[in-house]
Design a protein around this ligand. Structure first.
Ligand SMILES: *[C@@H]1O[C@H](CO)[C@@H](O)[C@H](O)[C@H]1NC(C)=O
Length: 487
């Protein structure tokens, strides 16, 4: 072999391995980067709560898990989910303690997570969580891209029959039941779920364009999907649970204006096109106070519209939403100081409102009051309560261990699993926020109690954004002292 041939050989093979690396990267374990966040002087380490919350979502993954799956007790599951034409619908997140994939709350969760990430990126950076976050939020988006089929204007909105799913107590890895897929389309539309899907895609585009390195192509794909699914939801108006009944008793929405309005504001943020701002302003109603959870998003839409226009009229309903929840408002409080909005998942409703308060504070509105109130609520959830318990699993020394969550209460390899099995859940579901206390601050760590002790993807979304807000302000030295705990 001549010297030239040797060199050419070397060049050829170096190139080949480079190509191989570029198209099929070796699985890298994702790990948090070094945290530089200084939590000394704070009531709790909000950065730790933030990082744990990301891991909760990784534990909810359905489908074929990537080699860098950070949850050691999770494996592949439900690898056979397909649409009516046999196309792949695997992936996404299990909704809660069960294993249904409900795309309406899943899409809501997705855009709320993006909202917090876009709003408080420094919080993720200083805690070393940016790469963990990018990896985590991509998972539902890849699944949504399978669910939305623009050529036929078909949007899959639920996978798994809720009744038969809820009759079983087993790990996702051991499931073999039928997984029917429900859709909305031009003859039976769902503007509520299409709206939240458009918000997830449009805000996801901004996240992957601006915050996640090397994801330009993925971002572009998301923007295209956002445009088509928004147009579908806007043109064909309807509520998705009127089309099929299976989601009706779980996630039924009674209006789609708020979803379309949020979607239009995200579309405006993503494209800068006036048309979307006009759409959003047309959908605006001054009385849309309601709530901020998977069904209602009015106050968020108002805040986003205020940011887009600086028009004070939009602020009023966000302010009204917060005054209703703050002391002196119409909402009751538990004796130890948690705003008690509903029996079902009191913790997440307080956390969601706290996130709105922190974003509004960052917009320069009632900064001291909003930050202090958010601190009072979030500190309650992390331990400033009568039991000194953290309602986030895995945070601190004392937290729930019998949460209503099938995957973590069963061993993947054993089919024999029962909700009444004695002992703690064998797997630690790090980062999950449970339902929370009742109105008397009472709480029992019992697996069968799905009101107080279930977890859900939507529960953690506002909570995570709120934690990011606290880290963001603390990092800038702009977090006031926490109000003294009531108990
Ligand atoms: C449209 O969606 C409805 C509700 O899910 C379904 O019953 C119907 O079969 C779908 N239409 C087509 C053409 O698939």
């Amino acid at each position: 072999m001549s010297r030239v041939q040797v060199l050419m050989f070397g060049v050829c093979c170096l190139l080949q391995s480079d190509v191989a690396r570029a198209t099929n990267p070796p699985p890298m374990p994702i790990r948090p980067a070094q945290s530089t966040f200084d939590s000394s002087g704070l009531s709790y380490d909000y950065g730790e709560a933030l990082g744990l919350s990301i891991l909760f979502y990784d534990a909810q993954r359905a489908g074929v898990l990537p080699a860098n799956n950070p949850i050691p007790w999770r494996g592949d599951s439900l690898t056979y989910e397909v649409d009516a034409d046999g196309n792949d619908l695997t992936g996404g997140w299990f909704d809660a303690g069960d294993h249904v994939k409900f795309n309406f709350p899943m899409a809501f969760t997705s855009w709320v997570l993006h909202w917090g990430f876009l709003r408080f990126p420094e919080a993720y950076e200083v805690t070393g969580q940016t790469n963990m976050m990018c990896d985590m939020i991509k998972w539902p988006l890849e699944y949504f891209l399978k669910c939305w089929q623009p050529d036929t204007k078909t949007l899959y909105t639920q996978i798994g029959d809720a009744t038969s799913d809820h009759e079983r107590w087993e790990s996702p890895e051991s499931m073999t039941m039928d997984r029917p897929a429900w859709q909305v389309n031009t003859s039976c539309p769902g503007s509520d779920v299409a709206g939240d899907m458009a918000s997830a895609f449009a805000s996801g585009y901004l996240v992957f364009k601006d915050l996640c390195p090397g994801e330009t192509d993925f971002a572009k794909t998301l923007l295209e999907a956002a445009k088509t699914v928004y147009a579908f939801g806007d043109e064909y108006r309807g509520l998705h649970t009127r089309c099929y009944t299976d989601a009706h008793s779980y996630y039924s929405s009674d209006a789609y204006d708020d979803e379309l309005m949020v979607a239009a504001t995200w579309m405006y943020k993503a494209t800068g096109e006036q048309k979307y701002l006009t759409d959003a302003e047309t959908l605006y109603t001054p009385t849309n106070v309601k709530g901020f959870e998977w069904e209602n998003k009015g106050p968020v839409a108002d805040l986003l519209l205020y940011e887009a226009t600086q028009d004070e009229q939009y602020l009023d309903s966000t302010k009204a939403f917060l005054s209703e929840r703050m002391p002196g408002g119409t909402m009751p409080y538990t004796p130890c100081g948690l705003v008690y909005i509903d029996d079902w998942g009191a913790a997440r409703l307080a956390a969601n409102a706290a996130m709105v308060a922190l974003v509004a504070a960052d917009d320069g509105i009632l900064q001291g009051e909003y930050k202090e109130w958010a601190l009072s609520q979030l500190n309650y959830l992390l331990g400033d309560n009568n039991f000194k318990i953290s309602y986030q699993v895995g945070f601190g020394d004392y937290y729930p261990t019998n949460y209503h969550h099938r995957g973590s209460s069963c061993y993947a390899e054993f089919l024999d699993c029962d909700i009444d099995d004695p002992g703690e859940n064998p797997h630690l579901l790090k980062g999950a926020l449970v339902g929370g206390p009742n109105q008397d601050d009472e709480y029992e760590d019992v697996r069968t109690d799905y009101v107080q002790n279930e977890v859900a993807v939507d529960y953690n979304a506002g909570f995570q954004g709120a934690m990011a807000g606290l880290v963001y302000f603390a990092n800038k030295g702009e977090l006031p002292a926490a109000p003294a705990p009531t108990c």
